[in-house]
Ligand binder design. Structure first.
Ligand code: ACO
Length: 318
């Protein structure tokens, strides 16, 4: 059997930190409200001239170094983002150019908003299992500050910018045990940027019915953790770390409770990063690998939900 496993991790956060106090100057809100409803204390904001690909490049270089692979061995780049640099080419192709690995390497973007990284990891797993690729660079990066309406207090307090990356390689032991994905476009209007290329509109900013997203997120995250464990021979009690999408600390606590995991076993970075969409899971993973919490052999559950709605989970041994 061939399995996909994570050989290395990397991340990047823009230098500029925006505290809740700064938002108090911009909209009618308070540090106390933001922290109590979301857990967020600060977020990082990209420079005007800093793009999603720029952030992904640093995260990717760190992941390649951490994996100890030759960049020329990478045969596929999957870039999860909903804030691409350009309409086309894909951000994955732009990253490929910047990394200088244009030979014998496929590259494409995945757009599943906050679930982008779990979608990308699922796809990477299938490429490895079918033998179609052996060394895959999976990047999750978003520059949400550029699509946030900074006058809308219900959304602008939530989001931040950043990038995370992993190198996924073929190995003879798991690795990824299981991965499940879902989507339901009937919920599209609850979380959207209602302008695009073929339907330009006049509001290229995030709109969200937060309370409805919250309810759906809690319910779907509860059911998906059971689903991804099915037929793996593993149980909730085997999970060492939950590495969830970082949208709201209250959603993370509810999922941990469902898993009967003490909250100390949940990697929580939302207080420092805000919601960085496709970047949030690989960013959280890299933080916990670097500070020594996540170690080789640990069983990890990753799960995310975002616009679409699109949601999914991955169960893997690091
Ligand atoms: N500061 C102060 N008051 C605020 C703010 C703010 N920043 N934002 C909203 N309020 C007010 C509202 O106006 C409302 O006032 P009212 O009662 O007088 O009408 C009150 O606070 C409660 O508003 P709710 O929206 O019901 O607040 P809630 O407790 O649901 O928290 C939040 C809002 C934090 C957005 C929450 O709903 C949430 O986290 N939702 C899920 C977000 C999420 O998971 N997104 C995931 C995917 S993101 C992606 O895919 C890009």
């Amino acid at each position: 059997m061939i399995y996909a496993g994570i050989a290395g991790t990397g991340s990047y956060l823009p230098e500029r930190v925006m505290l809740n106090a700064e938002l108090e100057e911009m909209v009618e809100t308070s540090d106390d409200w933001i922290q109590s409803r979301t857990g967020i204390k600060q977020r990082h904001i990209a420079r005007d001239d800093e793009s999603t690909c720029d952030m992904g490049l640093v995260a990717a270089a760190n992941a390649i170094a951490s994996a100890g692979v030759d960049k020329n061995d990478i045969d596929l780049i999957i870039f999860a983002t909903s804030t691409p640099d350009q309409t086309f080419p894909s951000t994955a192709c732009l990253l490929q150019r910047e990394l200088g690995i244009s030979n014998n390497c496929m590259a494409f973007d995945v757009q599943a908003v906050c679930a982008g990284f779990v979608y990308a990891l699922n796809i990477a797993n299938n490429f490895v299992k079918t033998g179609a690729a052996k060394c895959i660079l999976v990047v999750g990066a978003d520059c949400l500050s550029k699509i946030v309406d900074w006058t809308d207090r219900s959304t602008c307090i939530l989001f931040g910018d950043g990038a995370g990356a992993v190198v996924v390689t073929a190995q003879d032991q798991p690795g990824i045990y299981n991965s499940v994905l879902h989507a339901n476009g009937n919920y599209a209007n609850l979380l959207q940027v209602p302008s695009g290329v073929s339907r330009p509109g006049n509001k290229p900013y995030i709109e969200m019915t937060g309370s409805e997203v919250f309810k759906f997120a809690v319910n779907s995250m509860e059911s998906i953790v059971d689903e991804v464990l099915t037929d793996t021979g593993l149980e909730q009690a085997d999970i060492d770390w939950l590495v969830p999408h970082q949208a709201n600390k209250r959603i993370l606590s509810a999922t941990a409770k469902k898993l009967s995991l003490p909250v100390e076993k949940v990697v929580i970075t939302v207080q420092d990063h805000g919601n960085t969409s496709a970047a949030s899971i690989p960013l959280a993973l890299d933080v916990a690998v670097n500070d020594g919490r996540i170690q080789r052999g640990h069983l990890l559950m990753m799960e995310a939900i975002g616009g679409g709605f699109a949601w999914g989970a991955v169960l893997l041994r690091y």
